[in-house]
Design a protein around this ligand. Structure first.
Ligand SMILES: [Zn+2]
Length: 219
């Protein structure tokens, strides 16, 4: 294989992938199924950063057409199984429970937008209670955080997004979901976007700052 540059979606580092941290295996499906034989490859990249070592996992299915097997033009499907699709990955410092709720919300977004919305809202509630120590209902706590506890640039960006979304997002936060209302995945994606912004502005930012002051200076 030819070494290639790579960005780790987990720890955010850049590195070069060589044979030492790359593994690929393949199998062929040729059992009289509809269409031509298929070649299926499984590809793993292990992060070269010794403090990370997490891996990505991708499966690709090619139509077998003789000579150009495994070429991009013969690709029928590709699935990235790890990291979990749609989720932001760089969330160092986020409490495990809040992170699990966020990841689950992303995973079930298209299947059940209503459940995803409830989980995303629970994430927001937990961030406000745990990080900002505001033990009030979300509808009351969120405006306080927006007004006085967030970076003004971020707060202005969130407010602008609220206005663009025609107050639907704001209503979600204030009142939650009414059982009668239908929810679209695009609307819940906005709520998840808000969770991602807050996670980065709170736990991840704190983690990065702590890392800076705790690491000894390079000599
Ligand atoms: Zn990494």
């Amino acid at each position: 294989m030819n070494p290639f540059k790579w960005h780790c979606p987990y720890c955010n580092c850049f590195g070069v992938v060589t044979e030492t941290n790359f593994y690929q295996t393949q199998t062929t499906l040729d059992k009289g199924q509809d269409g031509p034989p298929r070649i299926i490859t499984m590809e793993f990249v292990i992060c070269p950063n010794p403090e990370c070592r997490r891996f990505t996992f991708k499966v690709t299915m090619y139509l077998s057409k003789g000579r150009n097997e495994g070429e991009p033009e013969n690709r029928e499907f590709q699935w990235t199984l790890l990291p979990l699709s749609g989720c932001e990955q760089y969330f160092e410092g986020v409490p495990a429970l809040i992170l699990a709720d966020y990841q689950e919300a992303v995973r079930i977004l298209t299947l059940s937008p209503r459940s995803a919305a409830l989980l995303a809202r629970k994430c927001l509630q937990n961030i406000l209670a745990d990080f900002f120590k505001i033990a009030k209902p979300l509808g009351k706590a969120f405006p306080i955080v927006l007004k006085s506890r967030l970076d003004p640039v971020i707060a202005a960006g969130i407010t602008a997004r609220f206005q663009k979304e025609g107050r639907r997002l704001e209503e979600f936060i204030k009142q939650g979901l009414s059982l009668a209302s239908a929810v679209k995945p695009e609307e819940v994606r906005e709520l998840i976007w808000l969770v991602e912004i807050l996670l980065r502005e709170t736990y991840v930012s704190k983690y990065e700052k702590l890392k800076q002051v705790q690491e000894p200076p390079q000599s």
